[in-house]
Write a new protein. Structure first.
Length: 272
């Protein structure tokens, strides 16, 4: 490892330590020190019509369970029961479902975006006070289902001493992140338009598809440069040159983007 990279990592670890000594817990005192997560469930779901003309996509049903319930139960398998859920489109339906089912056994806090949907990056930043003070936390997209092992993702993240690590696979996608030989994030490309955004210019970058399962160090809230409505893609690319962001290849695991109604049948064939 170069001296420059080691200096960045040392500075990041020092800042993490300082922030952990001066943080605010938003969950109950019993939840202190426990892992937390955020599920992005505020989207308009325009690809999922006609369901989303009258319902939020997060409540779409796959074999008798909503996407939201499935993701909450997925987190429970790894002991993650403190969960922030952001809401916008038919927010009342999501809130009612959470309340009527007692959070499906988890402690759910709602991040209210009813005034304006903020996309993934803006949604995460708005939830800062709800997540601050926790250990590294996870984020999921409500419309993705996977069996990626979160313990393995966390172990990979810790071994890399990353700021952010997220699941990636070789599945076909219209957009890809670009990685070097060490799976460090270097850029992004749109396979339809040919647009590229390069953070670290290197030869031989490999394209991989984003799985929308992410682990963040809590210091991320002090580093995000964007404000308002923005995608996490913008945040990743703006930080990638200075901070270690890695992709965890879990090709071979079950993974479905339940973004369109026809994806439900695929999800039902893979998930019980």
């Amino acid at each position: 490892m170069s001296n420059g990279n080691q200096s960045v990592i040392d500075a990041l670890e020092n800042k993490m330590t300082a922030l952990k000594n001066n943080t605010v817990q938003s969950f109950s005192s019993e939840a202190k020190g426990h892992a937390a997560a955020m599920i992005f469930a505020a989207g308009l779901g325009t690809r999922f019509k006609p369901w989303t003309d009258a319902h939020p996509k997060a409540l779409a049903i796959v074999k008798g369970k909503s996407l939201l319930q499935r993701n909450i139960e997925y987190l429970q398998q790894y002991g993650v029961t403190n969960v922030v859920v952001n809401v916008h489109h038919f927010a009342d339906q999501v809130i009612n479902a959470v309340n009527e089912n007692a959070g499906w056994g988890s402690n759910i806090i709602i991040s209210d975006e009813t005034d304006e949907v903020l996309e993934t990056g803006g949604g995460l930043l708005k939830a800062k006070d709800l997540l601050s003070g926790h250990k590294p936390f996870f984020t999921l997209n409500a419309d993705f289902l996977t069996n990626l092992n979160l313990n393995d993702l966390q172990a990979f993240h810790q071994s890399k001493k990353g700021l952010i690590s997220f699941g990636i696979t070789t599945r076909k996608s219209s957009r890809n992140f670009l990685f070097d030989e060490d799976n460090r994030l270097c850029g992004w490309m749109n396979n339809v338009t040919g647009e590229k955004r390069i953070s670290i210019d290197k030869p031989g970058l490999k394209p991989m598809a984003y799985s929308c399962v992410v682990i963040f160090e809590p210091v991320i809230f002090e580093l995000i440069p964007q404000r308002g409505k923005f995608s996490l893609v913008d945040t990743y690319l703006s930080l990638a040159a200075q901070y270690p962001i890695y992709g965890y290849d879990h090709t071979g695991d079950k993974l479905v983007d339940v973004g369109k109604p026809e994806s439900v049948a695929i999800a039902e064939a893979l998930f019980q």
